[in-house]
Design a protein around this ligand. Structure first.
Ligand SMILES: [Zn+2]
Length: 127
């Protein structure tokens, strides 16, 4: 017999499957961290390069894992994300030295990341 689903936790938003978008029922979600060079969050520096995924079932969790396994992990993309986060946190700007301290990156890495970002932006704006 089907029972009416209760929203878990106090005022918690229902979680959605990252594969199919279905609302994940209480007690069922499957979670994983997958490598993703585009994953950079403010205040969660220790999770840089890891994306948190939620799925409604084993099949969708595996599909998501496969999807991220096939996505190329690009160091420069990760570094560009760290730079972007640091610049967001310092709207008045940073010197190259301060940017290095804020991101933990060496100057050559910062240059590579900016070059990668510029190439990527150029591709994005192509018709
Ligand atoms: Zn799903």
């Amino acid at each position: 017999m089907m029972r009416k689903h209760e929203i878990p936790g106090e005022r918690a938003l229902p979680e959605l499957c990252d594969a199919c978008g279905a609302v994940i029922l209480s007690g069922l979600p499957l979670y994983a961290y997958v490598p993703d060079s585009s994953a950079v969050q403010a205040g969660k520096e220790w999770l840089d390069g890891l994306r948190f995924i939620a799925a409604c079932c084993e099949e969708h969790l595996n599909a998501l894992r496969d999807q991220y396994r096939r996505r190329p992990f690009i160091e420069e993309e990760l570094w560009a994300g760290k730079i972007s986060r640091a610049l967001d946190q310092h709207p008045d700007g940073l010197t190259a030295e301060e940017l290095g301290r804020a991101t933990g990156l060496m100057l050559p890495d910062i240059r590579s990341a900016m070059a990668w970002h510029n190439r990527w932006m150029h591709q994005e704006t192509q018709p």
